[in-house]
Design a protein around this ligand. Sequence first.
Ligand SMILES: NC(=O)c1ccc[n+]([C@@H]2O[C@H](COP(=O)([O-])OP(=O)(O)OC[C@H]3O[C@@H](n4cnc5c(N)ncnc54)[C@H](O)[C@@H]3O)[C@@H](O)[C@H]2O)c1
Ligand SMILES: O=C(O)C(=O)C[C@@H](O)[C@H](O)[C@H](O)COP(=O)(O)O
Ligand SMILES: [Zn+2]
Length: 355
Amino acid sequence: MTIVEVNAERPYRVDISSGALEGLPELVNGCDRVAVLHPPTLTEQATRLGETVPGAVTIEVPDAESGKTSEVLVSVWDRLAELGFTRSDAVVGFGGGATTDLAGFVAATWLRGVRYVSVPTTVLGMVDAAVGGKTGINIPAGKNLVGAFHEPVGVLCDLDMLATLAADEIRAGLAEVVKCGFIADPEITRLIAGDPDGAMTPGHPVQAELITRGIRVKAEVVSGDLREATSSGSRVGRELLNYGHTLGHAIERAEGFTWRHGEAISVGMVYAAELAAELGWCDRDFVDLHRSQLTALGLPTRHEGSWEELRATMALDKKTRGSTLRFVLLRGAGQPEICVGPDEDALARSYERVR
Ligand SMILES: NC(=O)c1ccc[n+]([C@@H]2O[C@H](COP(=O)([O-])OP(=O)(O)OC[C@H]3O[C@@H](n4cnc5c(N)ncnc54)[C@H](O)[C@@H]3O)[C@@H](O)[C@H]2O)c1
Ligand SMILES: O=C(O)C(=O)C[C@@H](O)[C@H](O)[C@H](O)COP(=O)(O)O
Ligand SMILES: [Zn+2]
């Protein structure tokens, strides 16, 4: 078993192991009722998980991004009201990042905040969404535009859960791991280049190592800047984790939330690298490294869309201040900087290079 500690506002542990689900009873100890939110794909597993804790109720929510909506949020609030949920109760998010984002937001908002446990069942959920307390939903205007910071009391990453995950979902999760390699841990980049098949295979030591390293990067960044408040000049705080997301989120919206998040940010990272090269911040070899890492995993590096629409959506990115776009760009691996108000022609030209 590997434990990663997160030391933000309220310290908690991320348990990465086969059989980590067994840790749930301890995390909800003392709660009268426990709502386990899960997607339809995990109904049986959620029922079994619920049987391990007294007072558990399973609540099925729509799959993937269709669960991250205001309508679903209201329906879960209504269900908690029916069940008489109080502040001595707990919410568990059991599923991929879409489900844990929704469940975390339910926990953040119900009675202004109840206990939350995150139980991610996808690579992406484990390495990213379940850790760090960002919760929320999408609205038609954009991705994650409504949400709250609400930390879990614990995160259980049961590696056995990944055995049933489709290859396309594993790949999409690895996009966030590639991101962690570029922003902070070059060993990740080496491991993926050396064994992309191992990276894709549940139970393979390379995949387990990548998941652990991704979680360590995330834990360290959010421990230093939970509320994404401390970027200034070349000191980049939690915004670092948003590498590739400025265009990535705009692609998700343009595609009606039908692209996987990891696929969209894969293109978004190549775009960010192209923009850095356009601005003279990095060399072409670094851009090529983005394409080769992502292509080795079978991730997309191109998008065909309307630049005007994507540019308009990016104006609502959370890093934007007033009408000024801000990007996380890299001068090289592990050398992030915030680029404030990049030249509009450079932005458009960089999109042409990923089109
Ligand atoms: N809060 C954060 O910090 C953060 C970080 C990164 C991403 N996110 C969000 O996470 C979401 C993407 O998460 P995701 O990639 O996990 O997608 P997802 O939650 O949509 O899950 C992907 C698919 O895998 C299925 N699935 C889940 N577990 C499974 C299992 N064990 N076996 C078989 N199928 C399984 C789901 O039913 C779904 O169809 C996006 O909404 C993104 O915005 C949030
Ligand atoms: O945890 C963070 O901070 C991140 O930026 C991680 C991202 O991978 C993740 O997709 C996050 O949900 C994006 O957050 P947002 O604030 O840009 O909506
Ligand atoms: Zn992401």
